[in-house]
Design a protein around this ligand. Sequence first.
Ligand SMILES: NC(=O)c1ccc[n+]([C@@H]2O[C@H](COP(=O)([O-])OP(=O)(O)OC[C@H]3O[C@@H](n4cnc5c(N)ncnc54)[C@H](O)[C@@H]3O)[C@@H](O)[C@H]2O)c1
Length: 327
Amino acid sequence: MEGVKFGTLSDLSSLVSELSPYRTVVLTNTTVERLWLGKLEGIDAETIVIPDGEEHKNIETVKEIWARLQGLGFTRKSLLIGLGGGVITDIAGFVASTYMRGTMLGLVPTTLLAQVDAAIGGKTGVNFNGKNMIGTFYLPDFVLIAHETLSTLPREELLNGMAEVVKYGVLDGNVHSLLKRLDSVDDVNPELVRACAGVKLRVVEEDLREGGKRRVLNLGHTTAHAIEKLSNYTIKHGFAVSIGLMVAAKVGETMYGFDPGKVGELLEKFGLPTRLPFEPDEVLREMRLDKKSWYGKLTFVVPVDIGEVTVEEVEEDVVRRALEAVR
Ligand SMILES: NC(=O)c1ccc[n+]([C@@H]2O[C@H](COP(=O)([O-])OP(=O)(O)OC[C@H]3O[C@@H](n4cnc5c(N)ncnc54)[C@H](O)[C@@H]3O)[C@@H](O)[C@H]2O)c1
């Protein structure tokens, strides 16, 4: 897991000094500034604080950050550190990859979702007439996963990330056994986060630009995207993924005799939703509008067994039956 360090915030200063940056700037938001900025020790850095929220993940915010960096004399040999959830790590990555054609980048993800997903794999981006429409691939010089930062995370945010964790539990047998041992979402531990980040890293190392293998990471996401859209984005991504995982499990049951209980039991234990909040026909219509639909077939990641999935075109009828089974 080159470039990804599992430790504590106290490890940051040595990661920074190894890079010997000309200037260091920490990008964070108002919430994380209040909770965690003061805990960064031993680094000589300026700070840029942006407002909290997905609605600020846009090109206007990026322009303001570019301007601030210019004002601070930030150069290509300088280091931008993104300290925060996925919104911050996405923006920091985008800014670092575009400012002067690329500066040094460090990420310190502080949500469960960012630690197991958003900060891993080199995708950056901002919203522009659609989610993540503008972005780049840019690998950070380091990612520091500091478990203590999760201690202040609201429960809803922990659950939001937990759905992706359960997704890794379908993709990987080791993550699945670790999850079986937990009693609740409060038991999320560094070993589990490390195992999940490791699954993503391995997939991404084989396929940075989503040609093939990386698509397995979309497990549960065909349905999730439809649910998010139908809810006008009032249902959080993780909760939509949770329902999507259940649908995928049911598709796997029909096609390969996969046991959906292996997913459902975990989701229920953690208090994640497993029931479809919309009519199957509405969901199917939304899926068809998505670019992934093609002549009555939908591209799905289908569980065959724990640790084994296929990516294939699935007949709409099979998907309809799965949707009906979880309605
Ligand atoms: N680049 C990728 O591969 C990738 C993958 C998945 C998601 N994403 C992106 O990630 C974003 C979602 O990330 P997210 O779920 O982390 O959302 P987020 O960054 O909005 O964080 C969620 C909330 O938690 C707060 N927060 C962050 N750390 C905290 C802490 N330690 N204690 C208390 N509160 C804290 C944030 O201020 C925010 O209010 C989306 O924009 C999505 O597009 C990117």
